[in-house]
Design a protein around this ligand. Sequence first.
Ligand SMILES: *[C@@H]1O[C@H](CO)[C@@H](O)[C@H](O)[C@H]1NC(C)=O
Length: 258
Amino acid sequence: MATTYVLIVIIYNLIIQSACAVPQFSHGRVVGRISSESVYDVSGCAASRVHPGVLYVHNDHGDSARIFALDRNTAKVVGEFLISGARNNDWEDIAVGPCDWADARSCIYILDGGSADEYPGYENTVYRVVEPDRMNITQLPVDSSLQYRWTARSSGTIMVDEEANVFIIAEGHGLNNMIVQLPSAAWGSTSAVFLQSDSMYGVSQSRKGPLGGDISADGTEILESDWGEAVCWSADGKYYYTLAEGHYQLLFEYMRLN
Ligand SMILES: *[C@@H]1O[C@H](CO)[C@@H](O)[C@H](O)[C@H]1NC(C)=O
């Protein structure tokens, strides 16, 4: 176990920004090992706001358009949902937040954001899906989608705040990564919106990143990772979770200490 712990400290360079004092977290605790064959290349994670203790995850490019629900206390798969009307070209991250401003429903946002890495100017897509009301259904329809083009080659992070503002961050080295807020008017449009941003994210990346990130449910804190792809808060912000890519990975939990 000691080896695993040292590894996780080196692997995850997590930066937590806050207006308040920087919170402290416990060392990673292994919650469990993924036992499902189907969860083999996780590149994003986000906590359900409807089902307590559920984390949504998905595989990276090449998988079918599906997401999984994990029990954060056991790492067991408790639901699998095919997203009908979506494609997984290169799913890089997932987020959960309100479906719209002043909308009481909770939505899952999926970033198909890596394709422009190989094909600059290629259209990328963000899918919005209403959270399932139960775990034993198998299909979720796309509620809306937003296609975009961007000068950035690849983005690995999508974040949604408590007012349904959606942000994506381009991958870059050092301080060289733009952040952009998706224009809410572009949802549902049949043509791609061209994203423009002069805003830099402003958190230096020790390697190419960020690869994943999450805004806390109360909108006050950002969690990001520039090595492991999947990182997410618990819905109450008292814990965060990391999961690496590959088969049979360990789900780690970090508890807030202050
Ligand atoms: C699905 O789950 C709900 C509760 O979450 C339950 O009431 C219902 O019976 C289940 N349906 C099936 C087909 O298992």
